[in-house]
Design a protein around this ligand. Structure first.
Ligand code: NAD
Ligand code: DAU
Length: 351
């Protein structure tokens, strides 16, 4: 029985990961440590909340006393660190919390794991700390080329700078202590349970509510999109097969301009959901400060060395995603009204 400490497991990717893993494996247990910020939503985990192999801990990854207690109470085998402030626009407005959670929180987890896993000058076998990182640490590309694992880090936003700093600290624990780590750097995720501040769920929600669709700048910035379940599968593979100390890029060669994404969403909804929704909702607005022009991942290493490949193409994934939001209007209403934040109190009373 392997025990996972998943942090940020109530967020978008973390909650998809927790459910994916509990569905796939009978012989693992997962402890989910999450602060339940505006982005953490226990409704995302409704289907596993009574699973005997799942435990929720409400708390902050920066709280060293709590994190050490979790390691003292449980024989943790793997840490999967999703917990982060994740939205670029928020980091431009309020950088401090990004530095705190994304850097200090990661160091707090590293220290607790390092102490708990120490075995003389070495580490107990079978342990691993996986840092869930992002392609944004590489900065921006021009119209050609791809990010490889050896592309120099050159982050531009406070968000990506904090994530790049965390990556370097994680790497330093390998270089200095030989602590067992991996880092995964993934491209833009999309799919169910993504908070509607990010491009795709925001556009779907605005379409369904006949609101304007804000396009930053000229709308020609490019992102490389990956269906969230494919990211979860990549993390599972890196935990089990990743070579210690290595970084793995994760992406599926699905580059789209923002305008292409927005038009795809509008056209699908127009044809299948609400014919009154059309491209007249598109509205060009002021650009994001320091807006990275293009991200594109070269996933050759994870494919060649670990055998991971994405299974859901963009054309299928975007339909699955839009349909999920259409069918889960209540989830979206709860998230956008703030009602979801009462969920913890209602469902976890007395725990
Ligand atoms: P999210 O914002 O949806 O979720 C973040 C989660 O972390 C929330 O549940 C939140 O409550 C929790 N959290 C925040 N601060 C915390 C703290 N101090 N202590 C404990 N929990 C805390 O984020 P996401 O989109 O699911 O991203 C998850 C991770 O994956 C992040 O590290 C992000 O940098 C990385 N990533 C995201 C993408 C993407 O496209 N969304 C792509 C690549 C990498
Ligand atoms: O590349 C991985 C990263 O992808 C993750 O590390 C981040 O956590 C995640 O938030 C995401 O960052 P982006 O900045 O690429 O995602 P976002 O959804 O905020 O924006 C995608 C693109 O859409 C970007 O070029 C800005 C643009 N955009 C975004 C919003 C919210 C708009 O044009 N209008 C909008 O309203």
């Amino acid at each position: 029985m392997k025990t996972y400490l998943v942090t940020g497991g109530a967020g978008f990717i973390g909650s998809n990961f927790v459910k994916y893993m509990l569905e796939k494996y009978d012989d693992i247990s997962i402890i989910n440590l999450d602060k339940l910020t505006y982005a953490g939503n226990l409704e995302n985990l409704d289907s596993v909340k009574d699973d005997k192999n799942y435990t929720f801990v409400h708390g902050d990854i920066c709280d060293s006393t709590l994190v050490e207690k979790i390691f003292a109470d449980h024989d943790i085998d793997y840490v999967v660190n999703f917990a982060a402030e994740s939205h670029v626009d928020r980091s431009i407005r309020e950088p401090e919390v990004f530095v705190k959670t994304n850097i200090l929180g990661t160091v707090t987890l590293l220290n607790a794991a390092k102490n708990a896993w120490a075995d003389g000058d070495s580490f107990k076998s079978g342990k691993k700390f996986l840092q869930v990182a992002t392609d944004e640490v590489y900065g921006a590309l021009g119209s050609t080329g791809f990010f490889t694992e050896t592309t120099p880090l050159n982050p531009h936003s406070p968000y990506s700078a904090s994530k790049a700093s965390a990556d370097l600290v994680v790497k330093s624990y390998y270089d200095t202590y030989k602590m067992p780590i991996n880092i995964t750097r993934c491209s833009n995720n999309y799919g169910p349970y993504q908070f509607p501040e990010k491009l795709i769920p925001l556009m779907i929600n605005n379409c369904l509510n006949h609101k304007k669709l804000p396009i930053y700048g000229d709308g020609l910035n490019v992102r490389d999109w990956l269906y969230v379940e494919d990211h979860c599968k990549a993390i599972d593979i890196v935990i089990n097969k990743g070579v210690l100390g290595e970084v793995y890029n994760v992406g599926g060669h699905n580059e789209r301009t923002n305008i292409q994404i927005i038009e795809t969403v509008i056209d699908y909804i127009n044809k299948n959901v609400d014919s009154s929704v059309d491209r007249s909702l598109m509205e060009f607005v002021e650009d994001r400060k320091g807006h990275d022009r293009r991200y594109a991942i070269d996933p050759a290493k994870i494919k060649a060395e670990l055998g991971w490949e994405p299974e859901t193409c963009f054309e299928d994934g975007i339909v699955l995603t839009i349909e999920w939001y259409v069918k889960n209007k209540k989830w979206m209403e709860n998230v956008t009204s703030g009602a979801y934040q009462n969920y913890y109190n209602e469902y976890y009373k007395g725990i």
